[in-house]
Write a protein that binds this ligand. Sequence first.
Ligand code: PAF
Length: 280
Amino acid sequence: MTPPIVRTKAELQARVDDWKRAGAVVGVVPTMGALHEGHLSLVAAAKAQCDRVIVTIFVNPRQFNSPEDLANYPRTEKEDARKLERFAVDAVYVPGGEEIYPDGFCTTVSVAGLTDVLCGAHRPGHFDGVATVVTKLFTQTMADRAYFGEKDFQQLQVVTRLARDLDLGVTVVGCPTIRDIDGVALSSRNLLLSDKARGRAPALIEALEAVAAGLRGGQTLGELRPAAEARLAAAGFTDIDYLDLRAVDDLSALETPERPARLLAAAWLAGVRLIDNIAV
Ligand code: PAF
């Protein structure tokens, strides 16, 4: 069955009010559309843990760093709705820009510290855009639980922190990265790669796995990074924004995994910025 598409905050809130009056636990899966199996795994988790599930689709202009990137972002609402049919979600919230950023909107949610590093250092303002829209989506949906992928690990940390700091009353749930058969993390951005470039994309996860193996064997990141960078360059990656080991709790930089850590990388392949990370 085609899920109900809701386009205004007023209609969404009327529905959610009814559900809440009936005591339902409401889950939300925030997305920018172009849904793939990674998103659908979040929907499945939400369906398993909540009474009512809302999927939001909003291509948030405030989190893009260039107008071309925003313009090129895939928009596939019809296919997205079709992919959601099998989950019987309770609403697909597809707000127009005015529902999120009405005229005169002048508030920014900014999570200090966690956003200064990794993608935050390379994409100025990106996480302010994410934090602001996610705060709006949490308050508009009045969700009890919200589902995010670990593929965007820094985003997951930022959203967890803002929900806690602002007492938004929503529990943020992180879900494992879903990968293609060749190991490449599913991402809407993979659609922007030519077949040839897509064939080279596994080098990113392979480089991370090799570094992780070295770390487990007692080597330091500094010792392992040159070989990983060479591997990426050989596969056709042009720029490496970062290849870092970070503490899970505060994203501080580590040389060895002496505390629970995550190995994260962002690198450019054929003009497309790919990110990935694994636990170490
Ligand atoms: O991960 C995404 O797709 C976006 O950053 C999000 C969380 C939907 C906010 O626009």
